[in-house]
Design a protein around this ligand. Sequence first.
Ligand code: BES
Ligand code: MN
Ligand code: ZN
Length: 506
Amino acid sequence: MTKKLTIKTANFPVKKTSVLVMFAHEGNRPEGEADTLFIKSGLDWDTLKNAATFTGTRGQVLDVLAPPNLDAKRLLIVGTGPKIDEDNSASEQEQSSLSYANFGGKLLGSLQNLEAQKIALILDAPDMSPPQIAQLIAGMHLRHYSFDKYITPSKDDDAAPTDLNIVMYVNKKRDVDKASIPVMARAHGTLLARDLVNEPPNVLGPVEFAKAAKSLSSLGIEVEILTPTEMNKLGMESLLCVGQGSTRPSRLAIMSWNGGKKSDQPIAFVGKGVVFDTGGISIKPAGGMQDMKGDMGGAAAVTGLMKTLALRKAKVNVVGVIGLAENMPDGNAVRPGDIVKAMSGTIIEIINTDAEGRLVLADALWYTQDRFKPKLMINLATLTGAIMVALGQDYAGLFSNDDELAARLSEAGNVTGEKLWRMPLGPAYDKMIKSRFADIKNTGGRYGGAITAAQFLQRFVNDVPWAHLDIAGTGFGTPANDTNKSWTSGFGVAVLDQLVADHYET
Ligand code: BES
Ligand code: MN
Ligand code: ZN
């Protein structure tokens, strides 16, 4: 079992601790309170750094065991990289919030291995602003996350200390605590999204996912859940046909956060929540099918985002709508060749039951714009394998009918590291999804598979400024990095929270 991580801020002076962590800029000795303690230790800086070939590059660690004259068993000196001042401005990347979160992650990685319970960080002198320290803390929490609730703890682990208690000694504790509220809100939303994606599909069905959404009402989010009976009345044949082969009934969850003015039109987020995608009658091959428990990553991101916005009391009206269904083969499952009528009135021929995400979103998108008249609508979906062929796992696909919205999203992606790459839409792709027997078919052939899927979605957005993020490549199974060691990073929460904060709050 992972140790529980607690991070607190405190004012100086530094209390007794097992590990003392101080920082040094590249080419410099520790400064401020750190240097006072270092001098007290009686160690000689030049001798020490030469012996350890410590230069102070970011993340480099100089580890001193049993430092003399200090109330600690161990002293760590961590390099911060070059000192930033006006005429020596390190690259923008180095100073960005992203880089501090990554630094925090890296640092926690070193601290996790120490088998120590009480760790004190001295943060008065490394030129970090309160928001940057907040990012450092959030990066530590994100790095610490591990989904191990189904792993029986081994005897070895029981012997290890249970908790990791970190105290951050800072000059402006109140400012750091204040700056931490929005930053930690984002981290908590991201961690919720990770938990939802990691959860196995037998545990998290549509009903259980809807319950998880409902539990956000304790944060002041209004949550409504529609059952198949209610969706049927609304004419949602497209969404409902996806789950009709499953013994577990579909759900539509609607979450509203009203932090803006009463009269403000909301912005809307819509998520694909296929709790497990077997492909249905067009069944997928067995290899890797277990990954399809993550086919609700879009819905998880929307749910995590709602949590973030509520935790930081965002001044904006937002609705989050998630379509929850399980795609199973069965005697009652939808077939290739079946024809269904979406809520919008558009009639769809099913060619491949594995192209189910667009069927779920067709009704979820139409319902959202019809009921809430949002000023913009953004959906997230693990929609196509084709987007992974096009972009790999570093960028998510961005499709939009609105240049300004697309530009804002790309920018937010660069700031947060959840990068988005714009892909085209256009009437030529519409031709590829014209059906012989109905208005539209649910696949467009082998070429441009991510685009024809997006083009399909656009038929259900009714001219509202809209963007679709295809997160099939980024939603799960991504390489580990400094702030994520889990199977899923919780992709989507950060970029959308950034977008809201930058452009849509009053
Ligand atoms: N959920 C899948 C897409 C997916 C694939 C997500 C791999 C993450 C990793 C989606 O429902 C799907 O099966 N799409 C098909 C569409 C095809 C049948 C037109 C695909 O991409 O193969
Ligand atoms: Mn599928
Ligand atoms: Zn799917």
